[in-house]
Structures are given as C-alpha cells and as structure tokens.
Design a protein around this ligand. Structure first.
Ligand code: AMP
Ligand code: GLY
Length: 424
C-alpha cells in the first residue's frame, strides 16, 4: 500500500508512526507533515483544501489509500470528491462522506441526529438572524450557566459558556449579528449546561460494523487545575479511570450502537473514526459533541496502546469487514504532556530552536508544531511537542511524561505539570 496521510499535528505524527510499523505500508507520504513525521515517511507540501492538487499527487504517485487526520477536508467533502470521480474512485479514503462529516461540521445537524436516534445529550434550541428575537426571549428564561455553540467549524473556539443572562445575550448577539465566528455562527445552538466529568470515546466504523478503540481524557485548559483559556489540548491520559465496565456498557448500548445504527439506516456513508466527546453526569453518559476524526492530543495516548495493525484495520474499514476484527490493546497506562509556545493560546512567536529531544529515552516524543529549518528543529505552532509515556500505572506514566517535558528546551516553553491530576 502507498498511503497519503493528511495533517501536520501530533495526531498525525502518532498515526504516521503507527502506519509505518505495518508490513502492508510500502510507502508513506504526509501532507504537509512536520519535523517528526519526516522520520516516518516523506513530507509533501500540499494544501489540504486543494483537492485537485491532492488528486494529482495521488495519481502521479499511485497512492492506494488516503488517511485524513483533521476535520476540515472531511467537512469540505474530500471523501465524495475521490469516491465520485472515475479517475480516483479506486483510492481508499479513510473518513466519512461529506454528509457523515456534518456530525462535526454542524452542531445543529448532530443534535437533530441524536434526537432522531434517542441518543442522550443536553436539551437545546437553535436560532439564526431570522428568529433572533425568539432567541433573546429564550435566553431570558434559561437556567444558568448557558452554553452557546456556533453551528459550524470555528477552530475549537465556537463554544462559549455564559454565567449570566446578560453575558449570554451579548455573546449571542455577537455570534449572530456581528458574525463573531464568521458564517459558522450564522446559526447558534443554545444548550443546557451539563455538570460532570468528560471523556473521549473513539470508534472506527465501516458504516455498519464498528470497533471500539482505547478511550482517553484530554485536558483542554491552559492552566493547572483546569483553569484559564481553552486550548487545542494540553495533555491526555488513557485509559480513563472512571470508565469502568458498567459505564462503558451504557456508552455502548445508549450511544455507540444507536449512532452506528443511525448512520447505517440513514444511508450515511461513513468509513472512518467517530470521536464521541462524552460527559458523565450521575453515572449516566451524555454526548457533548461528535467529531469525525481522531482527537488531538488523545491520539498520542490511544495509538501507543493499540496493538492491531492500523493499515489492516483501515482495509477492513474499506471492505465493510470490521466485524471480523478483534481489537487488541495494551493494559498499560499512557500519559501525554504537551509542550506549547509561550503566549499560547493567544499570540506566540515561531522559529525557536528546540533542543534535548534526543535526550529523551523513556517517552515517545510526537511532534506537533515543529519544522526543520537550516538542519535544526524549530517551533512552528502553538502546540509544539507531545511527550507520551506508557507505564504499568497512571502515576508512573504521568511522572515520566512530565519529567521528560521538563527536559525539552526552547524559548518560551510551557507545559502543564498536572495532567491526570484528578486521578492521582
Ligand atoms: P466542544 O467544542 O463542543 O468540544 O465544546 C468545548 C467544551 O465546552 C467541551 O469540551 C465542554 O467542556 C464544554 N461544553 C460543551 N457543551 C457543554 C454542555 N452542554 N455542558 C457543559 N459543558 C459543555
Ligand atoms: N482534543 C479534542 C479534539 O481533538 O477536538
């Protein structure tokens, strides 16, 4: 198999590292990749929204399979683009169809889907400029806090939790009338606030059958003790200590099975990952959101615990034979600590030289925002490196991961010292 992996973050480095371990992988290209993915294959400078350029590359290089890391190309319809073109329909694309990707691309779409399939989630209403006044009236009578969600993709920033009615009215007005998140907030979902503990569940589906991958918990806030601004993710652990057998049985019966069955009965083509963001309230699971891809940094703790051959899993996904697969995973605990640029998630500078990666022996260093420049590895993004450790206990995984995060050096480096803190 000649495989093209799309993306450039820590998630893609972790997927690339796993793909290149497969004997079925004869060549691996990563577009655009980073300084870490270069060790797993060949980086290619392609724009992920330029499907014509991706097609041309695939046809010239005889690519057999495209694995899509981030959501944007999926929401823009890369699956359909390849599947419905005579010249490219032989190329396997791992990811949902354009319609399936709407589970992430539109919060309103995903809420309707959950309603149709009786999947537990927060109560909600949706508004646009057309029923703006109804929206304001709805907010005036809403219990606090109020969750406002831009309907479309907003680079992880489209959810605002408001503590007062005034704040909610102000935010709602900015979203709809001042296009705070561009066209993504032309429609706003107003949601009941759920108070509980969150986790991420990952499913790989062929549209009818599915396998459950190791679960994880990510840490989104910049500050220790889960304080401060939201980020792309400051760390993750796997498995999740509170996700015991009984709880996971509820997740399977009430959420995963109805989701996959719903996709199947609605004829929504879906050959890829479903990432379900869950919240546990009084020991009951509710869906916070669907994503149509793997999580980042969760992938950096899920992939190291997965023992199956990833290319084989993708071939089963393509052939609708995932029911024949047994997922094998390590019983070890994984922790990843993300080193970020100073100033992140606000403004930050790129181009600082990174040292000591080679000194780290007992963790895997996944690159996120890095690139090679004049034979040096330099920072090139908010999230720079994800340092993953596998160990017999969560405590050991956490301790080694943060010890190694402190060994890395570059100007402005910051990381959270308390990943997994609730479970220590
Ligand atoms: P999302 O962008 O949908 O992942 O939402 C970002 C974060 O907002 C989630 O990880 C939750 O922490 C929080 N959130 C979203 N919806 C709710 C809700 N209904 N109740 C409480 N917190 C929520
Ligand atoms: N870690 C959350 C996400 O990938 O959306």
């Amino acid at each position: 198999m000649k495989i093209l992996l799309l993306g450039s973050g820590g998630r893609e480095h972790a997927i690339a590292f796993k793909l290149q371990q497969s004997t079925l992988c004869k060549a691996l290209y990563i577009a655009p990749g980073n300084a870490g993915t270069k060790e797993c294959g060949t980086n290619v400078d392609l724009n992920l929204k330029d499907f014509d350029a991706i097609k041309e590359f695939c046809l010239t290089q005889n690519i057999n399979m495209i694995v899509v890391g981030p959501e944007e190309p999926l929401v823009l319809g890369i699956f359909n683009y390849f599947a419905y073109d005579e010249a490219t329909k032989h190329i396997i694309v791992i990811g949902p169809s354009k319609e399936g990707a709407q589970l992430e691309g539109s919060k309103a779409y995903s809420k309707h889907f959950m309603q149709r399939h009786k999947i537990p989630t927060a109560n909600y209403a949706e508004f646009t400029a057309e029923n703006f006044a109804d929206g304001i009236a709805y907010l005036q009578n809403h219990a606090l806090p109020i969750v406002l969600k831009a309907d479309g993709l907003a680079a992880g920033k489209g959810v605002v939790i408001c503590k007062s009615i005034n704040e909610a009215v102000e935010e709602f007005t900015q979203m709809i009338q001042s296009q705070k998140f561009g066209s993504a907030s032309a429609k706003v979902v107003v949601e009941q606030f759920l108070d509980g503990i969150e986790m991420s569940v990952f499913v790989l589906t062929d549209g009818k059958n599915y396998v459950l991958l190791p679960n994880a918990k990510d840490y989104k806030r910049i500050g220790e003790g889960d304080t401060g601004l939201n980020t792309g993710g400051m760390g993750a652990i796997s498995p999740v200590p509170f996700a015991d057998e009984g709880f996971m049985q509820k997740v399977i019966a009430r959420i995963i099975e109805p989701t996959i069955h719903g996709l199947h009965t609605e004829n929504i083509v879906y050959k890829g990952f479903v990432f379900i963001g869950l919240i546990k309230v009084n020991n009951e699971p509710y869906v916070i959101e669907y994503n149509c891809r793997m999580g980042d940094p969760e992938t950096e703790v899920v992939m190291p615990r997965l023992d199956n051959d990833l290319v084989e899993l993708f071939l089963h996904t393509h052939k609708n034979t995932l029911h024949l697969v047994n997922i094998q995973h390590s019983l070890k605990h994984a922790c990843t600590t993300v080193c970020v640029s100073g100033g992140y998630p606000g403004a930050y500078e790129n181009g600082f030289s990174i040292s000591n990666i080679d000194k780290i022996k007992d963790s895997k260093v996944y690159h996120a925002g890095t690139k090679e420049s004049s034979n040096q590895i330099v920072t090139n993004g908010g999230r720079v490196l994800a340092i993953t450790t596998l160990a017999e206990t969560l405590q050991d995984a956490v301790a080694t991961s943060k010890k190694n995060a402190s060994v890395i050096e570059y100007q402005g480096k910051y990381f959270r010292n308390d990943i997994g803190f609730e479970f220590q």
